[in-house]
Each structure stands twice: as structure tokens, then as C-alpha cells.
Design a binder for this molecule. Structure first.
Ligand SMILES: Cc1ncc(COP(=O)(O)O)c(C=O)c1O
Length: 430
């Protein structure tokens, strides 16, 4: 049995079988920049970019070189109770780039873990029992993060064991005010762009009102930028477009240059000490591999690239041109409800396909009856043009726009063309 078959047998049988039966079981063997190569030598444009973890594309040469150099140093494998200069150097760089108020950094290995650290630190620092979170969010699949997840299959059968956190409608500052009024909320958790809810962009006014309400009610403001950070929107972090600064900032995914897992939770001055005072508590939140030297090295070199003003300006320029082209190609299509994006992150929301055959149960997938199908039909048309794309996790009617930030004009033109043709196909057949 080869590794691909073994994946279906031993790693995720449900997913593996779905991919095999739906013809989406392409065997990718290598990746460079924004291009994937399959086992038959075919090349594919990658418009998923590891759900925002491949901002620098596949195997970025600068990160590879830094990792090779680092391995040659024989750096010590540190344990949690060590002075870790690698974590120290990376933390200092992150703090300098994110604004000096966010002074302390906890390192972990994923977005979910970075969210867990944010939640737990907020609860301990404020002594309050609840988190308020924006409806429609995606924060990871560990139990604490799931407690802030959008309603739906990710959490449906776990509601009984999840913490009783308070959901508030996204974009509704009044509802947030009401949720904070009881005085029991430690923090409000929100993404500046809710990518998985369909690329919903939080307005500056809303974020500013949330900032103000949190301040008045003694709650902390947490921005989850696992997906929106590290240059994705044309600023190092998406909140920097708005000037609304959080108390806690979650970063992950692309921080490791697409090659090494790392998560980081940046906290306002004094928060860490309030949550974990003294020696006995200094270690009660920790992670064995959090801040390991290799991951820190990858993150440092990644930051060197993505924080560079010229790089960020390039993302804004290319993103503006891409979304202008997408709007020009799609805006008056009856199959398209909206196109939204900032930098190189966004989505195309499709209207429901009306033809009765275009439903999941027509394909024998009764389990998915009721889920939008138009997005999947577009993905299938894109795959025929060798473009790997995906819909948003909580809204399958939205085709995500999320290439590596190194994407070039030619790949953008191929995407716009293929998408326009796919949407035309939907107009005629949907
Ligand atoms: C905004 C956001 N937060 C957290 C996560 C979870 O990250 P991870 O999969 O690394 O745990 C994701 C993953 O998609 C995300 O988009």
C-alpha cells in the first residue's frame, strides 16, 4: 500500500474516500511557489495556499536556506524551563512589529493552541468566567477554541461539554454592548475578516466600537489573525488597516514560513503577569515544542520578508488589481451575490443553483443535502483547468480567494478567466 492509500486507510477514512470517489484525489508530489506538481507531471495553480499558511508559497527558498543554516548550528533542544534565546529574539521582533503595547508572547504550535492561550490568559487575568465571541467565527478545533466556533457540524455534538461562552452577532456593536453589560465577560474574540464565514470583513467602525465597549466594561479585546495576519491583507496584521489595537493578538499558520508549525499569542503589557504571577504559576500554561529553535528561526526569516514595506505594498497592489478584475468579470453575473476581499484574501459568494438536479442528493450524497452546491460545481470547473481551490468552511457558497502572496500576474489572469468561465457555466446550467 502506498502512502496515499495508507492515508485513507489509516489517517482519515471518511475524507480519503470522499476525495477518491469525487475525483479530487490528485496525488501531489511537489510544490514550488504557487505551483503544485502531481504524480503524472501535471502542474496546478494553488489558490488555497494551505488555508493561509503558505503566504510565501511552497518551499520558499529563503526559509529553506535559513532552516538548513540553523540545522548546521546544532542548536540545543531546550525544555520548557530554560532561558530560550531563540524565542526571546522572535518575541522581541514580533513585539516591535505589532506595536510595543503587545509586550509578551506565548509560543505554541498551531492556531488553535494560540487561541487557547488567548482565552485562558484572558480568563485568568480578569478572573471572569466567560468569553464573548462573534457568530460565524473559526478559531480551531480544540475544545476551548470550539467553544467560540460558529454553530454547525464542527461543534454540534459537543455543545454539552463546551464552555458556556456567549455568542454575539458579527458586526453588531450594540449586541456586543449588551453581552458585556453583565460584567462577567473576560474578553471578546473576533477575526478582523471572518474568512470561513465567507470572507466577511469587519468594518473599522464596528471594531472601534468593540474596542471602546471592551474598555468600558473591563473586558479584553482579542483579534484572531491566524489567517489574516503576516501580510495576507496587505498589512502585517489586518487590524493595522483600522488602527484598532487589540489587547491580545493571535498569530499562526504562515508564521512558520509554510514549513514549520508555530503559533504565537501576543499580549498587552502586564496581562501575562496578572494571569500567571509567581514561580508556581509561571509554567502552568506551557507547550513542550512551543518556541523551539527551528520554528523560531523559520518565523524570524518569514517576518523579515512579509513585514517589509515593499512586500506589503506589492500585496496591496496585486490584491487591488485581482479583485478589480474579478469584479469586472463577475459583478453583473446573476450567479454571483458578492465579491469581497482585502489584499489577497477574499471570496466570491454564489447564489444558489436553481436546477433541481444540481443538489448533493442527486449525486448520492444525502448527508450533504441542504448544503450549497454551487461552490463545489465551480471548484470542479476550476479543477478541469488545473486550479486547486476551495470554499469557505462555514459557507460553501463562497469560493475562497487565497493564493500565496507571491502569486504573479499570469496566475491571477488564469484564475480570473477560469472563474469567469465557471460562473458562466453556472449561469447556463444552474
Ligand atoms: C482564524 C483562525 N483561527 C484559528 C485557526 C486554527 O488554526 P490551526 O488549524 O493551526 O489550529 C484557523 C484555521 O483555519 C483560523 O482560520
Amino acid at each position: 500500500m502506498d502512502g496515499y492509500a495508507a492515508y485513507t486507510r489509516h489517517v482519515n477514512p471518511g475524507l480519503g474516500r470522499f476525495l477518491e470517489l469525487s475525483g479530487r484525489d490528485t496525488r501531489f508530489v511537489s510544490g514550488h511557489g504557487g505551483v503544485l506538481e502531481d504524480a503524472d507531471g501535471g502542474t496546478w495553480d494553488d489558490w488555497v495556499a494551505g488555508f493561509g499558511s503558505l503566504n510565501l508559497g511552497h518551499n520558499p527558498p529563503a526559509v529553506k536556506a535559513a532552516l538548513a543554516e540553523h540545522l548546521a548550528l546544532d542548536a540545543p533542544g531546550l525544555y520548557v524551563e530554560s532561558l530560550n534565546p531563540f524565542a526571546g529574539e522572535l518575541a522581541a521582533r514580533l513585539v516591535a512589529l505589532a506595536g510595543e503595547e503587545l509586550e509578551t508572547v506565548f509560543f505554541s504550535n498551531s492556531g488553535a493552541e494560540a487561541v487557547e492561550a488567548a482565552i485562558k490568559t484572558a480568563l485568568l487575568a480578569t478572573g471572569r468566567p466567560r468569553i464573548a465571541y462573534a457568530e460565524g467565527g473559526y478559531h480551531g478545533t480544540t475544545l476551548g477554541a470550539l467553544g467560540c466556533m460558529a454553530r454547525g457540524p464542527y461543534r454540534a455534538d459537543l455543545d454539552g461539554v463546551l464552555p458556556g461562552f456567549r455568542e454575539v452577532p458579527f458586526g453588531d456593536a450594540r449586541a456586543l454592548e449588551a453581552a458585556l453589560a453583565a460584567g462577567d465577560v473576560a474578553a471578546f474574540l473576533v477575526e478582523p475578516i471572518q474568512m470561513e464565514a465567507g470572507a466577511r470583513i469587519a468594518g473599522t467602525e464596528y471594531l472601534a466600537a468593540a474596542r471602546e465597549a471592551c474598555r468600558r466594561h473591563g473586558a479584553l479585546l482579542i483579534f484572531d489573525e491566524a489567517q489574516t495576519g503576516l501580510g495576507r491583507t496587505g498589512a502585517l496584521f489586518a487590524w493595522q488597516h483600522t488602527g484598532v489595537e487589540p489587547d491580545v493578538l493571535v498569530s499562526a499558520k504562515a508564521l512558520g514560513g509554510g514549513l514549520v508549525p508555530i503559533g504565537a499569542t501576543l499580549m498587552r503589557r502586564g496581562l501575562w503577569e496578572r494571569a500567571y504571577p509567581g514561580y508556581l504559576r509561571a509554567e502552568i500554561h506551557n507547550s513542550t515544542f512551543g518556541g523551539n529553535p527551528l520554528a523560531c528561526r523559520a518565523a524570524l526569516v518569514t517576518l523579515e520578508i512579509v513585514a517589509e514595506p515593499g512586500f506589503l505594498a506589492g500585496v496591496r497592489r496585486r490584491g487591488d488589481a485581482l479583485f478589480a478584475a474579478l469584479r469586472a468579470a463577475l459583478a453583473d453575473s446573476p450567479a454571483v451575490e458578492r465579491v469581497s476581499g482585502r489584499g489577497l484574501l477574499g471570496g466570491i459568494k454564489l447564489r444558489p443553483a436553481a436546477h433541481p438536479w444540481l443538489a448533493w442528493d442527486s449525486f448520492g450524497l444525502d448527508e450533504l443535502a441542504g448544503y450549497p452546491v454551487a461552490g463545489a460545481l465551480v471548484l470542479e470547473r476550476l479543477a478541469r483547468r488545473r486550479i486547486v481551490a476551495q470554499v469557505c468552511a462555514h459557507d460553501w457558497s463562497v469560493v475562497r480567494v487565497e493564493p500565496p502572496l507571491t502569486v504573479d500576474d499570469a496566475a491571477c489572469a488564469r484564475f480570473v478567466d477560469a472563474l469567469r468561465d465557471a460562473v458562466r457555466w453556472l449561469e447556463h446550467h444552474g
